[in-house]
Each structure stands twice: as C-alpha cells, then as structure tokens.
Design a protein around this ligand. Structure first.
Ligand code: SME
Length: 166
C-alpha cells in the first residue's frame, strides 16, 4: 500500500529518477494488472517533474492488430487514441523498438500533434518478459530540448520495472 506522506524527491535529476524507480517498484510490487502498473508510473512521473512533463503516459500495443498503438493510462491533456506503428514519434519508437529523443517535434517528420503546446518529447519502449513490445512510454514537454541522456536512462530503467510479473 502506498504511503500517504511521501519522502521528498532528490533535487538531482539522476537521483530523482533512481528514487522514482524504487518508489514505483514498491507501489506496484505484486500487482498483476498492467493498467495499475502503467497508471502508477504515469502518476508518479508526472508528479515528479511538474514543470517539464506536460504529457506523460503509455500507448499500448493493440494485440488484436499487432501493428497499432492504442492509448493507455496517462496524465495530461487529451491524447490521440490510436497511432499506427511507424507514424509519429511513438509509432517510430514502437517500430524500431528503441528510445527516441526529439528536441523539436516540429522538425520530426510525421509528428502527431495531439496538443500543439508540445515542443519536445521522449518515447521509450516497454518490453514484456519474452522481449515482445508491450507499450511505449511517451513524455512530452512544452519546452524545446527538454530531455537528455539522464532522462533516457531514467525512463528506460523505470520501463524495465513495469512488466516483471508477466
Ligand atoms: N506526440 C506523439 C503523439 C502522442 S501525443 O503527443 C500524446 C507522437 O508523435 O508520437
């Protein structure tokens, strides 16, 4: 059960990600629902970086289609419902099965503008225990060039915690 009063998060960004990873892992430990795990991560991540994380959430592989993402738990303004593999930043990250950092979304060919206030983003794949792609984590910022290698390492580590029960 999550504590009602949480310890303050470290100021240093890498340390903040490490603390978040531990907190997310503790809250979702033993929870078999993917929805519950993704929703927990979206909430804690968005809450940890309030000025920088404008939209924080998951697009899930639609298992009935295999090559399309459908929106999952998120924090932020209204997101697009479906994204084909290969389209937009999320769809390209899903097709390549790798993290994509985009300093200026307006310069990314095929970027899908769910909210015109987003200017940069990072999308990180989530794999299940078999190595199959399960989802992507999409974080958007209103700032340009908002994400760096520390964000990439931190978000990849957190995505690695999310499917340990599958
Ligand atoms: N920016 C994304 C679309 C999803 S929303 O921004 C929530 C993309 O191009 O993949």
């Amino acid at each position: 059960m999550a504590e009602a009063v949480r310890a303050p998060l470290p100021e240093d960004k890498a340390e903040r990600y490490a603390a978040l990873r531990a907190e997310i892992a503790a809250v979702i430990a033993g929870e078999p629902s993917r929805t519950a795990r993704y929703a927990t991560a979206a909430s804690l991540l968005a809450g940890a970086f309030p000025g920088r994380f404008f939209w924080t959430g998951f697009y899930l592989v639609d298992e009935t289609k295999g090559n399309e993402l459908v929106v999952g738990p998120y924090q932020g303004s209204l997101g697009c419902l479906r994204i084909p593999f290969g389209k937009g930043v999320c769809g390209v990250a899903a097709a390549r099965r790798e993290t994509i950092v985009v300093p200026d979304v307006h310069a990314f060919p095929g970027h899908i503008a769910c909210d015109s206030r987003s200017n940069s983003e990072i999308v990180t794949p989530v794999f299940d225990r078999t190595g199959a792609l399960a989802a992507v984590l999409d974080v958007d910022s209103t700032g340009f060039n908002a994400f760096d290698g520390i964000d990439r390492a931190g978000l990849e580590a957190i995505c690695g915690e999310l499917l340990t029960l599958d």
